[in-house]
Design a protein around this ligand. Sequence first.
Ligand code: PDD
Length: 280
Amino acid sequence: RTVYVNGEYLPETEAKVSIFDRGFLMGDAVYEVTSVLDGKLIDFEGHKNRLERSLKELDMTAPVTMDELLEIHRKLVELNDIDEGGVYLQISRGADDDRAFEYPDPEKVKPTLVLFTQKKNLRNSASADKGYKVISIEEMRWARRDIKTVQLLGASMAKMAAHKVGCDDAWFVEDGYVTEGSSNNAYIVKDGKIITRQLSNKLLAGITRAAVLRFAAEAQMQIEERLFTIEEAQAADEAFSTSATAFVQPIVEIDGAALGDGTPGPVAKRLREIYLEEAM
Ligand code: PDD
């Protein structure tokens, strides 16, 4: 693979970042994952806007303009011949000359910008055909889940806990209510109505979430943005999650309770189809 690091396109084996980089030492970095279908970036505008917001919340500035960022995405897709997959982007606050909690002076320390591509089958997904089994897990991440930072150990631990019991993913629960999935937003469907938690600092404002809710509204589907519990989810007709990497992922089981007939539900399947058509 050819990757991008701070202005250079390099073979991945030659790309280097300092051990003092704050992304490495403090998790002081933000990221985005933009999917690619038929060689085209999906919803770059949405990812760009969220990146700008994440940076602002952490008093960081991107080392390049957003137009340049788009160009770097396109160039990497071309250089690596990505037909289907994604582009990972990360901006850390950069490498200070020692470890310190305080942010370094931005005049002295420039942010580190890294991008690389991934080849993946997104459109035809065995997981989407089969549906995911999820477990619930007590929320254990920090309180600013609205900022897309690389502090992802909570998400990793939740995924591993799910795999340990033969499941595919985990939904976090805080104060009795589902916040979101380990790396996706969470939805249930009851009597044709799509229910998903309202946005706040407790969850990430998914770019796929925004698109799916827009497409659902255009298709005259009913949407309710509100809190829901695991018990309500288990009694729902269907459930699904959304993310840039999985689009609409049907869920067929929650904490051992099968939803509906235990296969991907019609609303999730329809939304996945609409998304694949419309997002291009
Ligand atoms: N994850 N919530 C969390 C905690 C996420 O990590 C993600 C995305 C989402 C969905 O956001 P979007 O629709 O913009 O992808 C929600 C990415 C894909 C990842 O970490 O790989």
